[in-house]
Design a protein around this ligand. Structure first.
Ligand SMILES: Cc1cc2nc3c(=O)[nH]c(=O)nc-3n(C[C@H](O)[C@H](O)[C@H](O)COP(=O)(O)O)c2cc1C
Length: 678
């Protein structure tokens, strides 16, 4: 290697919601400061990298989504390396390191990272640095920070080994290099542990490089590594001190029972604070602030709203129609989705302002800077937080205040809680020992940050902590339920209003953020259809949307190919778009050959939530839909004692079983398509 050439490595990411991407971008940036060159690409940009011939070390940063699946932009890569025809030495020349992001609250922890790693190894690639398995359930940084610390030397080592040593296999076998920092050995144990216990809740990484037994919770907590856990042992008397008011016979969000209430706790490391927030009063005339996005945003009026469900024993399903005539570039296809940008509820923002003691600063501009004394590595102001916007806007449009508090957040709240009983309970909820209480009282009921704060009145976190630890308020995606061929300049979608029932910590039930907001906007059944033009009538409500094209969910390009659609409940939405499109195409080209179409649809009751009944029956009578198989899961059946089966279909799978021969014929013999939504 010429002396002046900077060592180069390839940096590939697969990311669903942007965390893996922004971590990879951070790695690329820091690489430069470390005298390295990173070739950063998304796994989907296969034209930009070539692992078949790559002679530089490769670093992967990949998250997991769905039920253990790769992110959309890693799907093709994962499929390609799973190809059975690849020989066991296909990647013999490759040296790789991998950072897997996941969440132990999901069953298949870091499954995408593990799948990639397994296949790379089966194909002969060698690891040059131990894999990090970062857990979003407790705070990704607990693993990422130490992982990054050791990465740079490992890359430099790998580069020089590859350059100087023709025999890369031997070089790879020598690692991990014992001269590398201690942290790498610790990371090995994190990986090993996670591999063995994918479902385990946060456990402080056991230390293999020192003599302490890994099973000892207390000793593991006393290591000096940045990821170490703090062991807090609260004597019974203290637990029952100021917190006694909360102790009841039943456990709840606010109180626990023995053995948890009496046990020593392993709690995650305190996330280091890294932001300073200041306020600036402003007399300037307020400009209107609007949500922002990397994608093109459209502000569109709601032109129609229809309640599709009837009666109150089912979820309320609504159809909304957007007038997109003012947005010529919003050219969606059936199968595409789009994002709806919704604000946090005004009452909840207000409550939070009061809780933070900031009601008088609601219109002040917020300025955010990095703390000079922060111990957080690579700290940066979160990219989703705009500078210099009014506090009210920040809490309304930028932070997910309904998000389920992560364990790292609970841990941080402990430091801002004055009542010792409440402190203890927060420690329990984020501890390894309190994992099942966390699931029961926080994660499963989807408790929100505001609800948590209401349950712990002595907790007063600073605004900076919320900005550091709460995620970005995400837009909500919905599938288009229309075709532009049928409804030019309109975009329809369907949703059920989500309900979160009352629970410990939530005295009254509440509705989903976006579905509740949309349903309030249209006041279903009353203001429908909304007409802007009629004099005196109020202007129709407008919402912000952006398009989410879904190229892998489109009608077959060859219309003669048969296809099967499976869409229970509101999962039927994209198929209404498919069928509208197909019907228009049949009218346009009556002589063309069109393949058979099947729809497996399911709802609870024929008379209450058989969504799109008339439209579906119309598609059948027009010949657009050849087979409509609907089942009703809550209707009385002939013989209630009999378990549901193909003979007595209750769910879509029972009808699929009944039609198994035709279904397999379409898929296997006729190369048909199958679509599932919902
Ligand atoms: C809808 C959804 C599904 C997820 N499924 C899994 C999963 O099955 N296994 C896992 O370990 N993590 C899962 N996660 C957690 C993510 O992998 C984790 O939050 C990661 O940091 C997200 O990174 P990204 O923004 O780059 O996609 C899921 C997250 C979401 C939002």
């Amino acid at each position: 290697m010429p002396r002046e050439a900077k060592p180069r490595f390839v940096l590939l990411y697969g990311s669903q919601k942007g965390q893996a991407q922004s971590i990879a971008e951070g790695v690329a940036e820091e690489a430069e400061e470390r005298g390295l060159v990173a070739d950063l690409c998304c796994l989907d940009q296969s034209e930009k990298y070539n692992l078949e011939t790559e002679r530089a070390p490769v670093v992967f940063v990949v998250s997991t989504t769905g039920d253990g699946e790769p992110p959309d932009n890693a799907l093709r890569f994962v499929k390609s390396i799973k190809e059975r025809t690849l020989s066991p030495d296909h990647y013999k020349h490759l040296l790789y390191a991998l950072l897997a992001l996941g969440d132990t609250n999901y069953a298949n922890f870091c499954n995408c990272g593990k799948t990639i790693e397994r296949r790379l190894q089966q194909l002969g690639a060698k690891q040059f640095y131990p894999t990090g398995y970062a857990d979003d359930g407790v705070g990704l940084e607990l693993v990422i920070d130490p992982w990054l610390e050791g990465l740079w030397n490992a890359i430099k080592d790998a580069v020089s080994k590859m350059a100087s040593d023709g025999n890369r296999d031997d070089a790879a076998r020598e690692i991990p290099d014992p001269s590398l920092p201690d942290v790498q050995l610790n990371l090995l144990s994190i990986g090993d542990k996670q591999n063995r216990e994918p479902d385990s809740e946060y456990a402080p990484p056991s230390v293999v490089s020192d003599a302490r037994p890994a099973s000892s919770a207390v000793s593991a907590g006393l290591t000096s590594r940045p990821t170490s856990a703090v062991s807090t042992s609260t004597p019974k008397t203290q637990a029952r001190g100021e917190g006694a008011a909360h102790v009841s016979l039943a456990a709840s969000l606010r109180s626990s029972l023995p053995p948890l209430s009496e046990s020593s706790l392993n709690v995650p490391a305190l996330p280091p604070p890294y932001l300073d927030v200041t306020f600036r009063e402003t007399d300037a005339v307020e400009q209107a602030f609007e949500p922002s996005s990397k994608e093109t945003l459209y502000q569109v009026p709601i032109s129609k709203a229809v309640q599709l469900s009837k009666g109150d024993s089912v979820k309320t399903a609504l159809l909304l129609e957007l007038d997109i005539s003012g947005c010529p570039s919003l050219t969606y296809q059936p199968g595409d989705a789009f994002d709806v940008f919704c604000p946090n509820r005004a009452e909840e923002v207000d409550q939070l302002l009061h809780r933070l003691g900031l009601q008088d600063q609601r219109n002040h501009r917020v300025q955010i800077t990095l703390r000079e004394d922060t111990k957080k590595k690579g700290a940066q102001v979160p990219p989703h937080i705009p500078q210099n916007v009014p506090l009210l806007f920040l809490l309304t449009w930028c932070l997910e205040i309904r998000s389920v508090p992560k364990k790292a957040f609970l841990r941080a709240l402990v430091e801002h809680t004055s009542d010792s009983g409440q402190r203890r309970r927060l420690q329990e909820l984020c501890s390894k020992q309190g994992a099942s209480d966390y699931s029961l009282y926080v994660r499963e009921p989807s408790l929100s940050v505001s609800e948590l704060l209401a349950a712990f009145p002595s907790c007063s976190p600073p605004l900076s902590l919320l900005i550091e630890l709460l995620p970005k308020l995400q837009p909500r995606p919905y599938s288009a339920a229309s075709s532009r061929l049928r409804h030019p300049e309109k975009l329809r979608f369907v949703f059920s209003v989500v309900d979160f029932p009352a629970c410990s910590g939530r005295p009254a039930g509440r509705r989903g953020l976006c579905t509740g907001w949309l349903s309030d906007l249209v006041n279903p059944g009353l203001a429908l259809p909304v007409k802007a033009e009629s004099p005196g009538s109020p202007a129709p409500p407008k919402i912000h949307v952006s398009l989410r094209p879904n190229c892998s969910f489109r009608l077959p390009p060859d219309p003669s190919v048969p296809f099967i659609m499976i869409g229970p409940g509101t999962g039927v939405a994209p198929f209404i778009g498919f069928l509208q499109q197909r019907e228009e195409e049949r009218t346009e080209k009556p002589e063309a050959e069109f393949g058979e179409t099947w729809l497996f649809f399911g709802c609870r009751y024929r008379d209450r939530d058989y969504l799109f009944r008339e439209e579906l029956e119309h598609f059948v009578s027009s010949g657009t839909l050849n087979h409509l198989k609907v089942c009703f899961s809550r209707e009385d059946r002939k013989d209630e004692q009999e378990p549901p089966s193909a003979a007595q279909p209750r769910y879509v799978q029972h009808n699929l079983l009944l039609c198994r021969q035709q279904v397999s014929d379409i898929l296997l013999r006729q190369n048909g398509y199958i679509y599932v939504c919902g």
